[in-house]
Design a protein around this ligand. Structure first.
Ligand code: SF4
Ligand code: SF4
Length: 83
């Protein structure tokens, strides 16, 4: 499942550098996660890296982008197929 950023975001920028998939972008009025790039950190970390740095807990599961572990593995492989 991709994560998403809700309206509690204070645009502190702490999460963007933490993402191994460059899935987080500055948005207006709050930051955004590209569901095509978020793997819940599968392939890099045991837990989503962005969650641990957000000071206002504004990063939550995205109910519109629910994925199984197999789907996250496939997305990870697709994102890294040129590496
Ligand atoms: Fe990036 Fe991981 Fe957060 Fe997804 S869960 S946006 S891959 S840091
Ligand atoms: Fe917004 Fe949280 Fe990311 Fe800061 S860490 S930009 S508050 S989502």
């Amino acid at each position: 499942m991709s994560l998403m950023i809700n309206e509690e975001c204070i645009a502190c920028d702490a999460c963007r550098e933490e993402c191994p998939n460059d899935a987080i972008e500055e948005g207006d009025p709050y930051y955004m996660i590209d569901p095509e790039c978020c793997t819940e950190c599968y392939g890099y970390y045991d837990e989503p890296a962005c969650l641990s740095v957000c000071p206002v807990d504004s990063i939550v599961p995205d109910p519109d982008n629910v994925e199984t572990l197999e789907e996250l593995k496939f997305k990870h492989s697709q994102l890294n197929k040129d590496n």
